[in-house]
Design a protein around this ligand. Structure first.
Ligand code: FEO
Length: 395
């Protein structure tokens, strides 16, 4: 079922209510997602992006009920990742000669994935495509936001920016527009999306936002490829992205740990207590890594000015859940955040040293040697953990 966006533009995508994991198992989608495809029907008919491969047959059938497929003059593929291009092979079986407009890198990604010898037309920033009725599509390369092939497409007169992944959210909704959904849920999902997908490219993003603003294109609608369309004050999400790309942090300290017999957990709780006592204004959050959602933890790290990471010593090292999260944190290339470590040990006691190395390697600035505790902390030692927390709050 198509949904009206503006003038002669309709949404023809797929809402995926059931989705709970995305990018394989790498990204949790508590609220599902959508794969947004758009049909423009001016003098020329243009399809912007498709949907994920499991929905290819449904997508092509639905599209065929809205328009005779051979009346589609152009297909724009803003990004070759399979959640947007997955239905392209099924569509091209029906209309094999239809011109595809995409970036040079998208030709590589589409050929590499589907091996189709299709009618590719490479475009770059500033290139235009006349679609009749005085309207044009203007292409804007968005390399590394978040793939080298990423691109956005701007439609003149209707002032719609088809932004693809940028400004998206993994958020299934029957309502299509940002003013019709729960704002708190929407911004939570938008931030999680930024924190887990776009943080590594924040510097590129800052330059790209400046470039888009410098183009002076009026933007009435940002039509993303996931989640809702921004029609109510669309600049608000651009402004958010500007803030998030600028070494974002809130007045928050997050403690993340794993524990075997509860000793390191007790330290986590005492350290949290100390932080709260020293600075009642700071938001303190505590997560046991394997009992929590790692993408939600990454979002909390994104919001934090400081993190405190703990593990007991195991086989001269740390628990794998802690190492795994440190690995993701390194991938995210967080900037301008502080960190400290803690952990219990019975024998050799390497955990704080191992965590410190991982934290520094991930770009965090250490503010202490780490709180290393032999066996279980007794009352006096627990008070020292509280003091450690106070020190972190003041660092
Ligand atoms: Fe939504 Fe990069 O794919």
């Amino acid at each position: 079922m198509k949904k009206h966006i503006k003038s002669n533009v309709h949404w023809v995508g797929k809402v995926d209510w059931e989705l709970r994991k995305f990018h394989g198992d790498e990204y949790s989608t508590h609220n599902g997602s959508s794969y947004n495809s758009y049909l423009i029907q001016e003098e020329k008919n243009v399809l912007i992006d498709t949907v994920w491969a499991p929905f290819a047959a449904e997508f092509v059938d639905n599209l065929a009920s809205e328009i005779e497929l051979d009346k589609i003059d152009y297909i724009v593929i803003n990004h070759g990742e399979v959640d947007h291009s997955g239905a392209l092979p099924a569509l091209m079986e029906r209309i094999p000669d239809t011109p595809i407009y995409c970036s040079a890198n998208a030709v590589k990604s589409l050929k590499g994935q589907y091996h189709g010898d299709w009618n590719f037309n490479v475009v770059k920033t500033g290139d235009k495509l006349d679609i009749g009725n005085g309207k044009e599509l203007v292409f804007v390369e968005m390399a590394m936001l978040h793939w080298p092939d990423s691109m956005a497409t701007y439609m003149t007169k209707d002032n719609i920016l088809f932004s693809n992944d940028a400004f998206g959210q993994h958020y299934a909704s029957e309502e299509l527009f940002n003013d019709l959904v729960d704002k708190s849920e929407l911004f939570k999902e938008a931030m999680k999306y930024y924190a887990n997908i776009l943080t590594p490219f924040s510097r590129v993003l800052t330059k790209k936002l400046d470039e888009i603003i410098a183009l002076g294109l009026p933007i009435d609608i940002i039509a993303t490829s996931h989640g809702v369309v921004w029609r109510d004050n669309p600049m608000q999400i651009i402004e958010k992205y500007s803030q998030w790309a600028d070494n974002y942090k809130e007045n928050q300290i997050t403690i993340i740990y794993d524990t075997m017999w509860g000793g390191t957990k007790r330290l986590a709780e005492r350290i949290a207590e100390g932080i709260g006592l020293a600075d009642p204004d700071v938001v303190v959050k505590v997560y046991n890594i394997p009992k929590s959602d790692e993408n939600d933890i990454i979002t909390e790290v994104f919001k934090s000015k400081t993190i405190v990471m703990g593990s007991p010593t195991v086989n001269n090292s740390i628990l794998h859940s802690v190492a795994g999260l440190a690995h993701i944190m390194k991938q995210m290339k967080f900037k301008d955040k502080k960190a400290a470590s803690f952990g219990c040990h019975g024998w050799s006691g390497e955990s704080t040293k191992v965590i410190n190395t991982l934290l520094e390697d991930a770009g965090f600035k250490l503010i202490a040697e780490g709180f290393k505790n032999h066996w279980n902390a007794d009352g006096a030692r627990q008070l020292e953990a509280v003091e450690f927390g106070k020190m972190i709050a003041g660092a």
